[in-house]
Design a protein around this ligand. Structure first.
Ligand code: HEM
Length: 154
């Protein structure tokens, strides 16, 4: 949330030239691929586990392996987004920023849940429910931000 506040402040302070804006658009898209792609891979494995086609251990180890690309993607989206002159007078842009905050907070909580899942041989129903709720919330946040980004493109 502090990083997001820094992005809002930073975007008020910078006025990037057109070439930098174009470069930031490319980096933004590349980071959507990296971040959303990695989140999808983890949740896909979660879905396979729900269908009995993968083990919980596989889900937890994939989540651990993809934590770095997920955070790199989200950080890159924030940094490049700062250079895209976001319009804070637009309601959907504010909704998008809220969704970026949700994706970040859920990501931090998911790290804690994964660590607990990894430490237990038979995790409680409560912990599993928390994991599923987080996966659903994170998908909703990432897709809402993606759709709003698409609607805001120039
Ligand atoms: C989960 C995080 C984010 C996702 C998934 C995301 C996704 C996207 C997508 C898909 C586009 C459309 C790109 C195109 O078609 O050219 C876009 C554009 C944009 N994004 Fe993001 N974004 C995220 C975070 C941010 C942040 C933190 C900011 C800034 C505060 C931001 C500001 C913008 C702006 C201003 C545009 C329009 C760019 C233009 O066309 O000039 N985004 N975003």
């Amino acid at each position: 949330m502090v990083a997001l506040a820094g992005v809002v402040l930073g975007s008020h302070l910078v006025d990037p030239p057109p070439a930098l804006h174009t470069a930031a658009q490319f980096v933004h898209l590349a980071c959507v691929v990296l971040g959303l792609g990695s989140v999808l891979a983890v949740d896909w494995l979660g879905l396979r586990w729900q269908l009995g086609r993968a083990t919980l251990r596989e889900v937890v180890s994939t989540a651990a392996a993809l934590a770095v690309p997920i955070w790199l993607g989200l950080s890159g989206l924030m940094l490049s987004g700062m250079l895209l002159s976001p319009d804070y007078e637009s309601t959907i842009t504010l909704v998008k920023l809220a969704m970026v905050g949700v994706a970040g907070v859920v990501g931090v909580l998911a790290l804690a849940v994964s660590r607990r899942l990894a430490a237990r041989t038979s995790p409680s129903r409560r912990l599993l429910r928390a994991g599923l709720l987080m996966a659903a919330t994170s998908q909703l946040a990432w897709w809402t931000a993606t759709v709003i980004g698409f609607l805001n493109r120039t």
